[in-house]
Design a protein around this ligand. Structure first.
Ligand SMILES: *[C@@H]1O[C@H](CO)[C@@H](O)[C@H](O)[C@H]1NC(C)=O
Length: 285
């Protein structure tokens, strides 16, 4: 009997696995954790606010599949004045909608777990930002420092850092990128700000980054409503102990695919036995 070679099948499987793994690695870097903050105040479980909050978080995830920014105010029937929930999400300006949705849904899941029971929470991942509260914060400029960190000191870079920072602070869109030599930078405002407020927020963030991180290889300045960052090629601001959830996700994906490969292998062996058995039967009759 002619046994079919299993190599095309294995090749296809290997391709699927590699594609899936690389996709996972990419999205896990968009999901890299930057900061989270939860309000100290707690709401009563089962309260109308809880329903409004759940509704906000669901709306945020579904809106993220078709826009890079949106804000919501939800008061379902039966809500009192104090039960209103406010929320918004902002994806990095260069993300495609599939990546935005993926990032926002990871952010919301993490926010639900970390700020469980809190009346407010804000979470920044590499690719997106999500915030909710029972007090209105939408449309208000807020230059509170949420996270700031500097890389190792590397000294002079013949003005490249300075020129990237000047460009980021000089004006323009809600999302800005800049590159000079080996230094690249990025800035983003939450789009509930006006263009003028965004500019004011970013020029402060950039100024603070310049003063604080001086001659570091990279620097991050996250304000509540805008951020500016830069890094030299060869350096990354990604923290060492990155998002555990992503590792879990990766493990899960691996387990599923190893299971799939094993399953297909068993099927192939079984089918070849079966066809051999049928062959023999055919010969003997
Ligand atoms: C938000 O919730 C806290 C805790 O329940 C409450 O004390 C506060 O008044 C609420 N704020 C508004 C604007 O309703």
């Amino acid at each position: 009997m002619q046994m079919q070679s299993p190599s095309p099948l294995l090749f296809i499987l290997a391709t699927i696995i590699l594609t899936q793994l690389s996709k996972n690695c990419y999205s896990s870097s968009l999901n890299s954790f930057i900061y989270v903050g939860c309000s100290q105040l707690k709401y009563n479980p089962g309260s109308p606010f809880e329903s409004n909050l759940n509704s906000i978080l669901t709306s945020i995830v579904s809106a993220a599949s078709s826009a890079n920014y949106n804000n919501f105010k939800i008061a379902l029937p039966g809500s009192a004045q104090g039960d209103v929930a406010y929320g918004l999400f902002q994806c990095r300006g260069d993300l495609a909608s599939a990546d935005c949705r993926q990032c926002v849904s990871a952010a919301v899941a993490r926010l639900r777990a970390t700020c469980s029971g809190a009346t407010g929470g804000a979470l920044q991942l590499e690719g997106c930002f999500v915030r909710f509260d029972n007090e209105s914060f939408v449309g208000a400029e807020d230059k509170t420092v949420a996270a700031d960190r500097c890389g190792p000191l590397v000294g002079d870079d013949s003005g490249e850092r300075g020129s990237v920072l000047s460009y980021l602070g000089a004006g323009g869109q809600f999302f800005r990128v800049s590159e000079a030599g080996k230094v690249q930078g990025m800035a983003q405002c939450v789009q509930d700000l006006s263009v003028g407020e965004c500019q004011d927020c970013l020029s402060d963030a950039v100024e603070r980054l310049r003063t604080q991180c001086g001659s570091a290889a990279w620097g991050d300045m996250f304000f509540a409503k805008c951020y500016a960052r830069y890094s030299e090629r060869g350096y990354t601001s990604k923290p060492e102990n990155d998002d555990d959830d992503d590792d879990e996700e990766l493990d899960k994906t691996l387990a599923i695919f190893i299971g799939l490969v094993a399953g297909v292998a068993i099927l192939v062996v079984f089918l070849s036995f079966l066809s051999k058995a049928l062959d023999h039967k055919g010969n003997s009759s």
